[in-house]
Design a protein around this ligand. Structure first.
Ligand code: BGC
Length: 745
């Protein structure tokens, strides 16, 4: 009964604000006023309640409803279904004192029901337009099930393919990652956050999580400030600049301070420098995990450090809820910190329109529509990277009549969806086998999996696979990793094909038939044992719902492969980390050292940053990917030899499609700052364009570089460009480039 006067007051305040002042004040100002007027009505308990997120999967029992009634919860993740979501919302709105709507989050990582390629695969498309489209579809599907907020995009730069979460990452490059971050924000959030088909995005995991030592998930990260700012932060900065509404603090300990209690990253960088005004949610129990990290003695200290650092909402663990009241009472922290956190949360709830439209409607014709599947197919084709194509064995020639489809991933509807595809259903997957059986008119498809799963070691099926191959003209061999071998807490020390897949390849080589390896995996694999035995290799990642049709389109040449690697592929695990934008060192790698013969005396001639027993270069460089056609790069033209700090350097390059197919090419622009006050990478991506060129045609491609592109963060955290010579490279990947140079004066 007591709540009536409050509600009345609240309604009057809102009405006054919305009627009279609409013309005079902006939408943002209006929201700030609403927040202030709401905050003054809130008890400390209600404020702290807004800061708690619980998971239905972890906490569900009847007391949850009571907690909502009491205003002790601000958000849920993983609400089971629309009905439960709306019922919880109803309780918040009708039975809690202040009627503040809940916000419902979920991991919609690479699609909701229509599953797109894993994020690393999407990155291989180098196509922000398509990535944006896929994210918009994911938002629409998810919002029709009552999801307001996704825990995506994952923006962790990853240089270590042992790390299972590389699958979720945009790869190793900060520039590409930033472009994709922006595209995903635009896709998820649309132009109007109050539009019911958009959802709030969450840039995660802030920050440095991908640098986990040894590729072991959750492991320590040690990242010097300049490296943090130049490599690991730009994708998050781009996310914030594009209007991303929430950020997730991470699990890792960064330079000795866990990231969910890290004032430097959360308060100094995110809030003070970047002026982020959305809210920060901690990762699952990461606040409480500051105790095992050895950074907090107990939960009270964890709550204190998290709030002081800038965590606004605690996911799953309840240290803030349990301890903030006494920490405020005994004067350890000031209530102003809580007020700030609550304001950040309410701001996002207002921006999402949750106060006006708290309930979600189940919409028809939104899930798995023809259009959604078409986009899924398109982005899957653009994600695949052609690594090898000896004697142009692909696309399949019309003379080929009998095709053997072999391998444990040819018909693995769940695995092709990849990691973090909670809501994707295998029954909606079109597997490669199905696609080839249904779409290959006039061809005979002979199927034999050879192995049941990617980890299967049973050699029995291999004999039948060999028999199937013998009856064919060409073998399509679907190899790789099951979905469960990548993702969170799924790191691997060996990156070769698991199970008896290498033996399967070996057995098939005896048939003498051309073998086309189509690899479905969540990370770069080390293919050294099978590579020579395969005539072609198409790297498909985990392509999602439409894997089959997408691969069919590529293999038959209906679409020409255009994907390029967003991450370097190692020759062996011992090369890791191997990434293109490394430093030069004082002794860059030289060949001589590899020719040491037994008995040679120790001789410093030729000592360099190299291995004795392996090439120093990755197997496939960043940006690499073949096409069915060929492109010739020539005539690089710069607008000047020397530019000033206010100038733009214009760059033009002529690209000719010298092959027989109309095709897309991803033209890449790199620079190198030859010397500076801190050492610089040997190459840094500064631009790319994905363009279509018809067979035989030429196209001029233009780029512009400003001083911003030539700047870097130094050890003091200043962003600056330094005069001097720069090299510039344009090419089809980070290794095959043509070069020019200029001066900044
Ligand atoms: C992951 C996050 C995810 C969260 C909620 C955590 O284990 O690290 O990426 O968003 O769970 O499911």
């Amino acid at each position: 009964m007591k709540k009536q006067p409050f509600i009345l007051l609240l309604t009057i305040v809102f009405l006054l604000l919305s009627c009279n002042q609409k013309a005079k004040i902006s939408k943002d100002e209006m929201i700030e006023k609403k927040i202030d007027s709401l905050l003054v009505l809130m008890t400390l308990e209600e404020k702290i309640g807004q800061m708690q997120q619980l998971s239905i999967s972890r906490h569900f029992n009847d007391t949850v409803y009571d907690l909502v009634r009491q205003g002790k919860i601000g958000s849920f993740l993983n609400a089971r279904n629309l009905a439960m979501r709306n019922e919880l919302q109803r309780i918040a709105l009708e039975e809690s004192r202040l009627r503040i709507p809940l916000i419902f989050g979920r991991d919609v990582i690479h699609g909701y029901k229509t599953i797109f390629p894993i994020p690393l695969g999407q990155a291989a498309s180098w196509n922000p337009v398509l990535v944006e489209k896929a994210s918009a579809i994911a938002a629409k599907e998810a919002s029709s099930d009552g999801i307001d907020w996704t825990f995506a995009p994952m923006l962790d730069i990853a240089r270590d393919p042992r790390w299972g979460r590389i699958a979720e990452s945009p790869g190793e490059d900060p520039f590409l990652a930033s472009m994709l971050a922006r595209a995903m924000v635009r896709g998820f959030q649309g132009e109007d956050l109050t539009d019911p088909s958009t959802i709030a995005a969450c840039g995660k995991h802030f920050v440095g999580y991908g640098a986990a030592e040894g590729g072991k998930d959750y492991n320590t990260t040690l990242i010097p400030e300049a490296e943090l700012r130049n490599i690991y932060l730009p994708s998050f900065k781009a996310f914030v600049e594009e209007g991303g509404q929430t950020i997730m603090s991470a699990f890792n300990d960064l330079n000795g301070i866990p990231t969910s209690g890290n004032e430097f990253t959360l308060r100094q960088i995110l809030r003070n420098e970047w002026r982020f005004d959305g809210f920060v949610v901690s990762d699952w129990e990461s606040v409480a995990e500051m105790i095992p990290h050895g950074y907090c003695k107990d939960e009270a200290e964890a709550a204190q450090k998290a709030i002081l650092a800038g965590v606004d909402m605690e996911m799953v663990s309840q240290t803030m809820q349990d301890h903030l009241p006494s920490l405020i009472q005994n004067g350890t922290i000031s209530e102003s910190f809580i007020n700030l956190a609550v304001k950040n949360i309410l701001r996002v709830k207002f921006r999402l329109g949750l106060f006006e439209k708290p309930y979600a409607d189940s919409l028809e014709n939104v899930i798995l529509t023809e259009d959604n599947l078409k986009t899924a197919r398109e982005i899957a084709t653009e994600s695949c990277v052609l690594l090898k194509n000896e004697d142009n064995v692909l696309p399949i020639k019309s003379s080929v009549k009998r095709i053997a489809v072999i391998g444990p991933l040819a018909d693995a509807p769940l695995d092709q969806l990849g990691t973090w595809a909670f809501d994707g259903r295998p029954e909606n997957s079109v597997t490669p086998l199905k696609a080839f059986q249904e779409m290959s008119e006039g061809k005979k498809i002979i199927y034999s999996p050879g192995l049941k799963t990617s980890r299967d070691k049973d050699m029995e099926g291999i004999k039948q696979a060999v028999a199937a191959a013998r009856q064919s003209d060409i073998v399509l061999l679907f190899l790789g990793e099951e979905a469960i071998l990548s993702g969170e807490a799924h790191s691997r020390a060996f990156l070769n094909l698991p199970g008896a897949q290498e033996q399967l390849v070996e057995a098939l080589t005896k048939t003498g038939k051309p073998l086309v390896g189509i690899i479905l995996a969540g990370r770069p694999l080390v293919l050294s044992k099978i590579e020579d035995k395969l005539s072609a290799i198409l790297y498909a990642w985990h392509p999602g719902t439409m894997a089959g049709p997408a691969i069919h389109d590529l293999v038959f040449g209906k679409v020409v492969p255009s994907g390029k690697l967003p991450v370097s592929f190692p020759r062996a695990e011992g090369q890791i980390p191997v990434y293109y934008n490394h430093k030069n060192t004082g002794r860059p790698p030289r060949e001589e050292q590899r020719n040491i013969t037994p008995g040679d005396p120790m001789n410093p001639v030729g000592f360099s940053a190299n291995y004795l027993d392996l090439d120093y270069l990755p197997r496939y460089p960043f940006g690499y990917g073949l096409s069915y056609t060929s492109f010739d790069y020539s005539n690089i033209l710069l607008s000047a030899d020397t530019i000033g700090f206010k100038d733009t350097l214009d760059i033009e390059i002529l690209i000719k499609n010298t092959g027989a197919y109309d095709a897309q090419e991803i033209v890449q622009l790199y620079i190198r700052d030859i010397y500076a006050s801190i050492t610089q990478p040997v190459k840094e991506l500064k631009g790319f364009k994905k363009i279509m060129i018809s067979a035989g045609d030429s196209l001029n491609v233009n780029f512009g570089l400003t001083v911003n592109d030539l700047s870097f963060y130094d050890n003091e955290g200043s962003f600056l460009a330094e005069p001097g010579r720069f090299e510039l490279f344009v090419g089809k990947n980070s290794r095959e480039t043509i070069k020019a140079s200029f001066y900044l004066k």
